[in-house]
Design a protein around this ligand. Structure first.
Ligand code: PLP
Length: 380
């Protein structure tokens, strides 16, 4: 960390403890530093246990996991994949890696995630134009569960396999069931800014043993059974290293604690930023049955009640050496996806125009939180 950063409050920095070092030490002592070794199997077992899914494949990133997940669901060049517009670009980039096209769907106001009505509209319209979408990619943004009962019912009705991008939602639950375990394939990220991190890393989970086996095969250069190097298919170098998996094992021991702390931070902001005109700490209340990990605490400003905008607020926080960030800019508004089909768009565009993410890292102290709240109050 640079010296002038000593009092900077970051959005969601890595939070490591002592647990990780034991696993990393052992990996180096035992010379298990390649993308094979006991930490990988251990990390995968930890993820299976935490999510209730039968099989896990540890990978180099969440993006790699989405890429392989789409391949497992049969996405090929020319296919269309349904995807929320309101998400990080890493959700949709792998659709393009495969030469397929994202079909974007607007959010709904209660969860900020994919709107079931717009999803149905998108599917029926794509079919009427002559092509049924190949798969449904769902996202639980900021750890908030999407409207799963409605969305999964529509997927079942149209026989669409579901890839669940739970990169931001490790530890979130819906009706008690961990997110990432609802789709045919689920994906987690262990990037540096996520609730748990391996510095960089990801995981793919599925209850289908054959799909998990195929993911492992594709992630290790698609080597055929042979004593020499024999290949019949394009493969990838996507397997996580045993050292990083060691960090992951140490982090997984902390999952419940980290979720608890993120939820406390959310509740703290809610209490201490209440009664500010035009400001809402969102989303509250949680939908019936959902328990969000509150990866990031987010707020919405109401332009009818305050002159402050997310950008004036962000700039003011910056003068206090506090990092904040606008909500994800919808993908249908990105130059990269200018020509992709989009269904609706007003809801996610409005969220982007009015929202901001606050520092939410689990290492924040009570004094840090007061500093953020004070700066927010000044700006309003
Ligand atoms: C972080 C993230 C990803 C990608 O994960 P990486 O591990 O950074 O590749 C994908 N989708 C969403 C919604 C994310 O937030």
């Amino acid at each position: 960390m640079r010296s002038q950063d000593h009092d900077r409050l970051f959005l969601s920095p890595p939070h490591l403890g002592r647990h990780e070092l034991n696993y990393v030490h052992k990996a180096i002592e035992d010379n298990w530093v390649a993308p094979a070794g006991p930490n990988i199997a251990g990390f995968e077992a930890d993820i299976c246990q935490a999510t209730g899914v039968a099989h896990c494949v540890a990978l180099t990133s969440g993006t790699a996991a989405i890429h392989l997940g789409l391949i497992l669901l049969g996405v090929e060049p020319g296919d269309e994949v349904l995807c929320p517009s309101f998400t990080f670009v890493a959700t949709a980039n792998p659709i393009r890696y495969l030469g397929a096209t994202p079909v974007f769907v607007d959010s709904e106001a209660d969860t900020w995630n994919m709107c079931p009505h717009r999803l149905r509209e998108a599917i029926t319209d794509r079919i009427s134009r002559g092509k049924k979408p190949k798969a449904l990619l769902l996202v639980h943004l900021y750890g908030m569960p999407a409207r799963l009962p409605e969305l999964l019912a529509i997927a079942a009705e149209y026989n669409l396999p579901v890839l669940e991008d739970a990169a931001e939602a490790l530890g979130s639950r819906f009706n008690g069931q961990p997110l990432g375990s609802f789709g045919t394939v689920g994906v987690f990220s262990f990037n540096g800014n996520k609730i748990l991190t391996t510095s960089g890393g990801g995981a793919l989970v599925t209850n289908d043993a054959a799909l998990a086996q195929r993911a492992r095969f594709l992630a290790t250069q698609a080597k055929d059974e042979a004593p020499h190097y024999q290949h019949s298919e394009v493969g990838y170098n996507y397997r996580l290293s045993n050292i990083l998996a060691g960090i992951g094992r140490g982090q997984m021991e902390l999952l419940d604690e980290r979720v608890k702390r993120r939820r406390e931070i959310f509740a703290w902001y809610q209490e201490h930023l209440a009664n500010l005109p035009g400001l809402t700490v969102a989303l509250d209340p949680e939908l019936l049955g959902s328990r969000a990990n509150r990866w990031l605490t987010t707020l919405l400003l109401d332009p009818a009640a305050t002159a402050a905008t997310p950008e004036t607020l962000r700039q003011h926080l910056e003068t206090r050496n506090i990092e904040s960030r606008p909500l994800w800019k919808p993908l249908h508004l990105q130059p990269l996806f200018a020509t992709a089909p989009m269904y609706g768009g007003e809801i996610c565009a409005d969220l982007f125009a009015r929202g901001l993410c606050l520092p939410s890292g689990t290492a924040l102290t009570e004094a840090d939180l007061h500093r953020v709240a004070e700066a927010v109050r000044e700006a309003l």
